[in-house]
Write a protein that binds this ligand. Structure first.
Ligand code: A2P
Length: 277
């Protein structure tokens, strides 16, 4: 990439702009609401990651030091570029600036992917549940585009709870585009079900996903039996409150928390929900 081209050939010339460490170039920006945006950047050639993992990204701070935050990679592992989905926090040190990036700008991306929302952390099962709130959908935006997801499971349920309908739009458009996707469409077939709910604005399915699990409404809506350790696997990504509640619910069904080194029936990760939260 031009950003990382060694400067030896131009060493005799004055360097106008300092080259960012681990710089990647922004290729697309989309603003979904006044609180949410997504963007795509070039992918370092050497970067390998498993769908569902996160990396540290950011901008150079005013003090000349990188200002970095953890962001789930929202694109699948086979994509040529990297996609991210972010909240905008008006006085957040990073997102107050990051929300203004434009195509051609550079961001810093540390190429060291990590995370627990990966297939390796789950034992084989039949139905895979993705539970997300807000920007917690990002790792699942990666995993629903990953062929392995459909090779490993017969059914995949993407649950996304947001306050308002407009906050569901990123996930909605993503799922709609999948059916016709030339690369992933045939893997998906009829295996993927999208289950969006809102809590503060009228929509077809209202309420927190946790409440709909407890009441059993979600199983009735989807025509599925209750979750069992034998059949079901789950990945959870949202606020601390959501994660804690869902852990309790899933353990109530007999599921155990897994890790890369010790796979089991469910995994959890805190979403990048903002700065100082
Ligand atoms: P609610 O409107 O009832 O708080 P936020 O925008 O605050 O990150 O929240 C995103 C979504 O997650 C909202 O719809 C919110 O519902 C929901 N939510 C917050 N806490 C929980 C929880 N403990 N369990 C399930 N959903 C939650």
């Amino acid at each position: 990439m031009t950003d990382q081209t060694p400067v030896t050939e131009t060493a005799a010339q004055p360097v106008a702009t300092p080259v960012l460490p681990d710089a990647q170039t922004v290729t697309q920006v989309r603003h979904w609401t006044d609180r949410l945006f997504s963007f795509r950047v070039t992918r370092p050639q050497s970067l390998r990651f498993r769908s569902g993992e996160f990396v540290m990204i950011g901008l150079m701070g005013d003090n000349g030091r990188p200002l970095l935050r953890a962001y789930s990679i929202a694109s699948p592992s086979w994509d040529d570029e990297l996609e991210f989905y972010s909240i905008k926090v008006p006085d957040g040190p990073l997102t107050s600036r990051l929300q203004h990036i434009e195509v051609g700008d550079q961001i810093i991306l540390r190429p060291k992917p990590v995370g627990t929302l990966v297939h390796d952390a789950l034992l084989p099962g039949k139905t895979l549940w993705f539970f997300a709130t807000g920007t917690g959908i990002a790792p699942f935006a990666s995993l629903v585009r990953e062929p392995e997801t459909y090779e490993n499971y017969d059914r995949v349920i993407l649950c996304h709870t947001c306050r308002e309908v407009a906050e569901l739009e990123y996930g909605k458009q993503l799922v709609e585009a999948l059916a016709d996707d030339p690369l992933i469409g045939e893997f998906i077939g009829d295996k993927l079900t999208y289950y969006p709910t809102t809590t503060r604005e009228e929509s077809p399915v209202m309420g927190r996903v946790t409440d709909r699990l407890r009441s059993g409404e979600i199983f009735r809506d989807l025509g599925l039996p209750e979750i069992t350790r034998e059949n079901d696997r789950a990945m959870v990504c949202g606020s601390m409150a959501l994660n804690t509640e869902l852990k309790e619910i899933l353990e109530g069904y007999g599921l155990r928390e897994g890790a890369n080194s010790d796979p089991a029936e469910y995994v959890v990760e805190k979403a990048f929900v903002g700065e100082g939260t």
